[in-house]
Design a binder for this molecule. Structure first.
Ligand code: SF4
Length: 695
């Protein structure tokens, strides 16, 4: 029920699903045993990003909060069986094992997976545990799988690896390019702003191998072959240069290294790109000119660009276009990577990365090390000056036996990471795995101790959305069972390891974040309490208004830097044995590995099983009909699911999502990585499809 009206209370908070950062009220009312329960999500006109708009996940997807499967007590695996334990028993056991591992194998035997789902405060505390208690920089999280190449590429080009412009700028843009982003399904409320822009008369081009909803609404759809983005982007740069549409004044005053891009793209004609991408040369030319000549032109992109072995170069090629045309640093322009998870921007900002402390301060910088050591009351020498291992490298190190123990907070790498069977084998090799989560899942099953965490409805803190907006998350109900907020669990683990952090409430953690992180220097819970629109970093001082738009006068790195980058085909090409390209993505009704949305009865009913999308020409050639059951096989593994025939996909390509563990597509995906950012090529691998008998 919705509770009696007079018993209901409303608590303003931030959505825990995607990076759009919608706000709403959680309506709570007394439920069983008088405990408050979430009874409804209520949209509110004052929400800064979304107003009254919410997508189906944010509006209705709260069924997981009170779900019977929620972990309610710590669990310890004894003789292969899960046994409930008290918090003190579980914490003591973990501290004992960790101390022994540290004594026997040293600091770099530890690996930490932080979480883009958890708050800034949770991530800050786990990063402190990794660096100051374990003494290692082996900390990373699933940003490695989504925008690691954006961070690396945009830092090199612009000096800051985040969205340059606020979402609200869509109201003043004249032209926008959407590359490798199914915005309508992955960032639904942000897509509404795009649709409004189109209605207002803005033009748009969508670059995507599938005819996604937005492609039907935009003026242009460039339906390229998966993995050929860099050829297309370089051809656009070639057109802009060859047709004299470079913003010469901007290039002269605000950029460097122009010759590198001019040289790299000089032979990348639209005709050359047509042969690689399948997109007609005339369309490439038209779209390049529309972008270059628009009074305000913007680019939005996501995983279709980044999850490639050339992911970092793809991102640099996008930055090149903005620098060539001066479409950056003004309203309605910009280079805008849409961050996927509710707090993936914040987890990166908080230093849940192997190479940087909070605010992207390098771990290799002696002065930064001294500052952090002082804040944490530890000797500087106890903090490692050596860059740690990335997510994939940590798994390699477990495989090789050099990492002995993993702490995994709110991540499910068995389902989310490429080559799942290998991930399972690797986790089985670790001496000791501790997982902190809301539910048992495919990864926690392989742990030795599992600790129950609070959901977003049960804790207070902050999330930073895709446009760098820091917003409050507020506790609406008491924790389920004995669950605790992640920051509190980690603080207790640190104390048991002999290093009390001394946090008694979560606002103290943000105070410390502000002290050590220049870009968060003016942010506090007290200030956010009276700043309902949140604060966009950089916000260096308590009286600074925040910075919704970056690079207005100068780039974060000074001058914008061009990079000459060249097209390379994906690591795996179709051949006689594996003749089709498999690409993966998301669905509107589900979220990532499905641990939350698939436990919501409404969402589960709206989209109950996954299927493989295939073009009618391919289906006919293979003799497979709509609804037939198929086996999909790559060099790494196979899975079975039903076929759906659709002409919205490029022939030669098949598509499915990674939300369903029973159709575990990451068994098939290629772990080959971009050498600069270590992001795996989740978007392209070669597969064979054959019809099989239905189960
Ligand atoms: Fe939540 Fe994203 Fe939907 Fe907004 S668009 S309600 S943030 S899932």
């Amino acid at each position: 029920g919705r509770g009696r009206p007079w018993e209901r209370e409303h608590v303003r908070t931030t959505c825990g699903y995607c990076g759009t950062g919608c706000q709403f009220d959680l309506a709570v009312a007394p439920g069983q045993q008088g405990k408050r329960q979430v009874v409804e999500v209520v949209p509110t006109a004052e929400a800064p990003v979304n107003g009254r708009s919410l997508c189906v996940k944010g509006r209705f997807g709260t069924g997981f909060i009170h779900h019977r499967d929620r972990l309610r007590q710590p669990l310890i695996k004894k003789d292969g069986q899960w046994v409930a334990a008290s918090w003190s028993e579980a914490i003591a056991l973990i501290a004992d094992r960790w101390q022994a591992i540290k004594a026997d194998y040293g600091s770099d035997a530890f690996g930490v997976l932080a979480s883009a789902r958890a708050t800034n405060e949770d991530n800050y505390v786990i990063h402190r545990l990794a660096r100051s208690v374990f003494g290692t920089n082996n900390i990373d999280h699933c940003a490695r799988l989504c925008h690691a190449s954006s961070v690396t590429g945009l830092v090199a080009s612009l000096g800051s690896g985040a969205m340059t412009n606020p979402i609200a700028d869509l109201a003043v843009t004249d032209f926008f390019l959407v590359i490798g982003s199914n915005t309508t399904e992955s960032h639904p409320v942000l897509a509404l702003a795009m649709q409004k822009a189109l209605k207002r008369g803005a033009q748009a081009a969508v670059i995507d191998p599938r005819r996604i909803e937005l492609a039907g609404q935009a003026q242009w759809h460039l339906q390229l072959r998966p993995g050929t983005d860099l050829a297309l982007l370089n051809a656009m740069a070639q057109v802009i240069i060859a047709e004299g549409k470079v913003n010469a004044d901007f290039v002269a005053k605000r950029t460097e290294n122009y010759e590198a891009v001019a040289e790299a793209v000089k032979d990348c004609t639209p005709e050359w790109a047509e042969a690689i991408t399948g997109v007609p040369a005339a369309i490439i030319r038209e779209v390049a000119l529309a972008y270059a000549t628009a009074p305000a032109g913007a680019i939005y992109y996501t995983m279709g660009v980044t999850q490639k072995t050339t992911g970092t170069h793809n991102v640099m090629a996008i930055a090149n276009l903005a620098l060539l045309t001066g479409q950056i640093g003004r309203p309605g322009t910009g280079v805008n990577p849409l961050r996927g998870q509710n707090n993936v921007q914040g987890a990166c900002d908080m230093g849940a990365l192997p190479n940087v402390y909070p605010g992207y301060q390098p771990v290799t910088d002696e002065a930064v090390r001294r500052k952090m050591a002082q804040a944490w009351h530890v000797p500087p020498e106890s903090l490692s000056l050596q860059t740690g291992l990335t997510l994939g490298e940590m798994l390699d190190a477990v495989d090789a036996g050099t990492i002995k123990t993993l702490l995994i907070m709110g991540e499910n790498p068995v389902v989310s990471d490429p080559d799942s069977d290998h991930v399972v084998q690797t986790l089985q090799k670790a001496d000791f795995v501790v997982a902190i989560d809301l539910f048992m899942n495919e990864t926690t099953e392989l742990a030795h101790v599992v600790l129950p965490a609070c959901s977003f409805a049960e804790k207070t803190g902050t999330f930073t959305n895709t446009e760098r907006r820091v917003q409050m998350v507020r506790q609406a109900i008491e924790p389920i069972g004995e669950a605790r907020p992640d920051w509190q669990i980690i603080t207790e683990l640190a104390a048991a390891m002999g290093q009390p952090f001394g946090y008694t409430d979560v606002a103290q953690i943000m105070k410390e974040i502000a002290e050590v992180t220049p870009s968060y220097g003016g942010i506090s819970h007290e200030r956010l309490a009276v700043t309902p629109q949140g604060l966009c970093w950089p916000c260096p001082a308590p009286d600074h208004p925040g910075t919704p738009r970056l690079h207005e006068q100068a780039f974060t790195r000074g001058l914008g830097r061009f990079h000459g980058v060249s097209y390379l085909p994906p690591a795996e090409q179709p051949d006689d044995d594996y003749p089709l390209i498999l690409s993966t993505g998301r669905r509107l009704f589900h979220y990532h590995t499905g641990t939350m949305t698939r436990r919501d009865p409404g969402l589960a009913a709206l989209y109950s099983e996954e299927h493989l999308e295939m073009h009618p020409d391919d289906a006919q050639a293979l003799g497979i009909g709509d609804g037939d059951w198929v086996q999909v096989t790559s060099r790494r593994g196979s899975m079975e699911l039903a076929l759906r025939i659709t002409d919205a996909i490029v022939p030669g390509t098949v598509f499915t999502s990674f939300h369903f563990a029973e159709a575990l597509v990451n068994r098939l995906t290629n772990p080959a990585r971009d050498t600069l950012a270590q992001i795996p090529e989740l978007k392209v691998c070669a597969v064979a499809v054959q019809k099989i008998a239905a189960p």
